[in-house]
Design a protein around this ligand. Structure first.
Ligand code: NAD
Ligand code: MG
Length: 389
């Protein structure tokens, strides 16, 4: 029996994780499931999987959760502190699938109690990559990437020496507006941006795919996770989303990872690592596919890619600043307070304003410093948004 916890269980990655667990119920003992406002889903899964504890991040929903789980024997809790405490409960495997910087602290606590961390929450690596890796090492455990591109890179690196890697290329579908005329992007609505051509994901990451903020985060995540130089990571637009990443070696060989776009592959790989087990993902039909295509990403359409390079070069806390500014700009776009292209403008202004503040690109990363940089960047982004509306 493996003891597991799933943080962000009600989200897209959380539900796919539960789908895999459900197929082999006898092998797992579920310690903690967490969610946000979707109390019905959280309670339903906690009952069905016989979880020991269910936590909602929303403090105001504790009573609702208690009512929904009455008589089930599942403990309940609510709020950020309860979430962090729940992450410290010992388990063998921990899925980090909260969206945003809110996923960082629970993931760190999970590493501190020695769990293997399946990391979907890319923001953890963007805000505090070095701290995450150091914590894993100090507690004699490991982080397994669940982002599809990073799982792909991880698999293409197996048995290889990282020093023989020349370049890592992660692919990008291009998102909802890949083929829109650039001048039309000012008219893009949140609903249009939240429709992905290939992947079925949460609302926020889907909009981030259209703006390529998601790919920008993933470039930084790649650099941090595999300890590469900024010049060694790049992205290419690949509309079919069949190749997820390629690792280019010094002898001219490229090892590419391919597969149908279904997150259950990367989740299942992290769940069964180092074994490969049967997974319910579609098999590839190369002949039906016919061809795979690639395009150079345009940095006028997707300024987030330029910003990612700037952030990687700056290092330090600029990843946390970038992510926080992006989260606030995304909130403002979802609320229709700013236009689609203004998200990148807000982030540019915050990066300029905060990089000038001493220490942001040199500071040693601690959780407190990340929290402070995150807070300052959110304040700065809100001010920029207010100036623009
Ligand atoms: P989602 O929006 O579908 O789900 C997010 C989960 O986090 C939900 O359970 C929600 O209740 C919870 N949550 C939201 N805000 C919270 C907060 N402040 N505190 C605590 N919990 C909170 O998101 P998702 O698409 O499943 O993505 C989850 C993470 O995985 C993100 O970091 C995303 O970038 C990453 N990821 C997702 C996919 C995908 O296919 N969906 C692929 C790769 C990486
Ligand atoms: Mg990804």
């Amino acid at each position: 029996m493996r003891r597991i916890s799933i943080f962000g269980a009600t989200g897209s990655i959380g539900q796919s994780t539960i789908d895999l667990i459900d197929r082999d119920r006898e092998s797992y003992e579920v310690e903690v499931l967490t969610g946000g406002r979707n109390i019905d889903q959280l309670a339903k899964d906690a009952r069905r999987l016989n979880a020991k504890l269910a936590v909602t991040a929303d403090e105001t929903r504790l009573d609702d959760l208690r009512t929904a789980l009455a008589g089930s024997g599942v403990e309940v809790a609510a709020g950020r502190i309860a979430l962090t405490e729940a992450a410290s409960r010992p388990v063998d495997w921990f899925m980090s699938a909260i969206v945003g910087a809110a996923g960082l602290e629970p993931g760190l606590r999970a590493l501190e109690q020695g769990a293997v961390l399946a990391l979907a929450n890319k923001e953890s690596m963007v805000c505090a990559g070095g701290l995450m890796l150091r914590t894993a090492k100090a507690h004699n455990t490991r982080i397994l990437p669940v982002d599809s591109e990073h799982s792909a890179v991880f698999q293409a690196l197996l048995g290889e020496d990282i020093t023989s890697v020349e370049k890592v290329t992660i692919t990008a579908s291009g998102g909802a507006f890949r083929d829109w005329p650039i001048e039309d992007l000012v008219k893009a609505t949140p609903q249009q941006a939240a429709t992905h051509p290939n992947w079925d994901m949460g609302q926020r990451i889907t909009i981030d795919s259209a703006s390529m903020f998601n790919k920008a985060l993933e470039l930084i995540e790649t650099k941090e996770f595999f300890d590469l130089k900024p010049s060694q990571v790049e992205t290419v637009v690949h509309p079919e989303s069949m190749i997820h990443a390629l690792v280019g070696y010094r002898d001219g060989a490229y090892l590419a990872h391919m597969g149908a776009p279904d997150m259950r592959h990367a989740i299942g790989y992290a769940l069964h690592y180092p074994e490969r087990r049967d997974l319910p993902v579609a098999r590839m039909d190369l002949v039906a596919l016919g061809q795979l295509t690639f395009r150079k990403p345009c940095e006028i359409r997707w300024p987030a890619l330029r910003q990612a390079r700037e952030v990687m070069e700056a290092g330090g806390l600029m990843g946390a600043v970038f992510n926080a500014a992006k989260e606030r700009a995304l909130d403002a776009f979802i609320d229709e307070r700013i236009l689609f292209p203004q998200m990148a403008e807000v982030v540019d202004t915050v990066l300029t304003r905060l990089s000038a503040q001493a220490g942001h690109n040199t500071a040693e990363i601690t959780l407190d410093k990340v929290a402070e940089a995150d807070h300052l960047a959110r304040q700065s982004a809100d001010a920029v948004i207010a100036e623009n509306t």
